[in-house]
Design a protein around this ligand. Sequence first.
Ligand code: ADP
Ligand code: MG
Length: 349
Amino acid sequence: MPDNQPVLGIIGGGQLGSMLCMSAKKINIDTVILSDDEEAPAQNFCNKFIHCEYSNFDKIKEFLSIVDVVTFEFENIPIKVLNYISKEKTVLPEPGINQIIQNRKTEKEFINKLDIKTTPWCYVKSKEDIQKNKNLLPGILKTCTLGYDGKGQYVLNNLQDVKNDWFLSQEYILEKLVNLQKEISVIITRFRSGEVSIFEPIENIHKNQILRNSIIPSNISSKIKKQALDNAKTIAEKLNYIGTMCVEYFVDNKENLIVNEIAPRVHNSGHLTINAFEVSQFENHIRAVCNLSIKKNNKICDAEMINIIGPEIKKYRKKSFKKNEFFYDYLKKEIKESRKMGHLTITSD
Ligand code: ADP
Ligand code: MG
């Protein structure tokens, strides 16, 4: 183990975990991955891999005995587990932040309290709640917890789309369908000193609610750009956030900037920061949670990232690439239809 460098524990072993491990290696930080997936791809990149259910506290104890600080690559870790871990070791970002953001209702309430605009929304427990808020139709009904890549979302065009058996076990929010001009994201890293390192807004193109392309520079006005950066700084500060997070925004057809959601972690739209900046979102995250110094971050070039979904990976695995094309294969064993399997970043030089 390198001297005086903390050992970083990471909960979750998917592609974000893998990329965190690769960045950690670059700056001599050892990593331990804890994952409930036996085939977690990050085991190819970490120093040590522990596989167990997140309810296996014996294994979690083993994990805690060999790490100094703990972070995570996905936000849906049971809060009980995060609280348990934080009694033993520093967890960053703090579990309380996760608790707010894990739930779309408390997340939106938090943002609205800061006077930052979100999509118009309401909390839904029953069919009547939708009837009472039919001004939000057409809209999208989203489960309060556990959704990703559009999972747990239902488009409601009118009241007839509401099925009777929907609300037996779940809580939802109903969001008005926004007339999207475009989607952007801002990735920010906040350090323990309160200093921040922030990337320029990234323009994102989704298909079927899954991110397909991320591009810098984004084609937005200077007013929207300033507002997007300012809001991200406010949110990070008010959360007392430490580490890298992402704010996903919509720009509507009337040039309003609206927060869609916050990701309390490194983010898919920031993969291009690996090749386009001197310090990536991943290295920034590690520097912040391990209490290393903040590094001045210069942009190297413009870039576009293409997500490789499902069987598309097969052709990429056979392809050869130009020197400005950077292919990342997440080494996932099983190819599934809408699963993110890898990405390609193309830089401007
Ligand atoms: P996830 O947690 O799955 O990323 P999001 O709420 O970010 O869920 O939704 C995924 C995508 O679906 C968004 O990036 C956007 O393209 C589309 N979408 C979600 N909510 C709305 C909305 N209220 N109006 C228009 N498009 C939306
Ligand atoms: Mg999203």
